[in-house]
Ligand binder design. Sequence first.
Ligand SMILES: Nc1ncnc2c1ncn2[C@@H]1O[C@H](COP(=O)(O)OP(=O)(O)OP(=O)(O)O)[C@@H](O)[C@H]1O
Ligand SMILES: [Mg+2]
Length: 421
Amino acid sequence: MSEQGHNPGGGTVTTGSQPIPRITLHAFMDKAVDRENLAAACKDRRMIRVTSEIHEGSVATASEFYSDQPTPNLLLVDVPQDREQAFTYLQTLAEACDPGTQVVVVGTLNDVAIYREFMRQGVSEYLVSPVSPVQFVETIANIYSNPGSQPLGKVHCFAGVKGGVGSSAIAHNVAWHLAETLGESTVILDLDLAFGTLGLNFNYEGGKGITEALLEPDRLDDVLLERLLYKATDKLQLFTSPASLDSGFDPAPKALEKVLDVVKANFAHIVVDLPHTWSSWARGVVMASDEIVLSLLPDLASLRNCKNLNDYLVGLRPNDPAPRLVLNMTEAPKRPEIPLREIVEAIGAEPACILSYDNLLFGTAANNGQMVSEVDAKNKNSLALLELASLLARRGASASSSAKDTSPLAPLKALLKGLKA
Ligand SMILES: Nc1ncnc2c1ncn2[C@@H]1O[C@H](COP(=O)(O)OP(=O)(O)OP(=O)(O)O)[C@@H](O)[C@H]1O
Ligand SMILES: [Mg+2]
């Protein structure tokens, strides 16, 4: 299998973006395709805290293996096609299992009676081989999701494929629409600690905002969060950077993780304004985000960088939506540009949003500390930014509660529910 993940079944994970807890997972599976797909699933960003061991074998090998060994939190085993044999081996395995170990069974029979029987035996889920990486991630996420927990906010990471392409302006305007037009509670995190423009763009000066949280992440709770945030409107709050050269440090990954965890519990949407850098902390933020928005200009350097970034991110995040591309500053007077058709061909993806060069609109907004829709709500760029916000606001990849069951047994489960009702 290649270094980068693959997603043979297609589709994206629908169980939310909450990381699966720090569990140990062992698997004993006969078929190479299932082992490869499970290995791909283990590279999914939700599985980053899971320690996994994948062996060739089946329930028979597992029951022998654990006769004198403690069992992991989660065990995935292949069962033979022969029903009798399958249940005999499962019985032996059950006797070896520590309390609290969850067992997921992988078999070849798509049969409701067998499914019922496995569930009666206390198996957490029965999956029909071949199991796709997305099915593995969803099954494991479903086992460990806490039904009482609040749905978490969606993280949208905005980055420019090169400097000065308008990524921050786009991030701030989209966040404004999420909050003001779509009515969703939203926070913007300015991670450009030395040169960030978030405060300027919303006419706000002062506060150390995000640096204080990043320097002392252990102190960050809901009370401190409230003190550090600036309330731009009822629904929109800002985590500004001091934009001072003293604060130009690289945030520690653990501190960023903590800040994101706290804001995710408090807002429906988290818009991250990333500076143009490719350091490891920035990569970590990009990888942990639900949505990635890459901004580019219709020029050669943008094209090359965007193609590289897009391919890289699609490869590493096979179970997530591809980055959304924003082609900015098209139709600039007296500036030759690469035609849209060639851009799409070279990158292999259509932009989700196209914005024309409009110095008057963006310049007026910047000078007044306003968003472009406040300057001219009917301008085509204002409307295109609203459309992008609506696209990002859609629940789907990140829906935590109303996840659709896409397992191969979904129709059977629905049938069972119908019979029970
Ligand atoms: N479509 C547009 N037409 C005209 N000006 C624009 C457009 N989009 C953005 N701008 C302006 O371009 C300038 C640079 O934008 P911005 O700071 O958002 O870019 P950036 O990609 O975040 O830059 P950096 O790499 O410094 O983070 C700003 O003055 C902004 O108002
Ligand atoms: Mg910027």
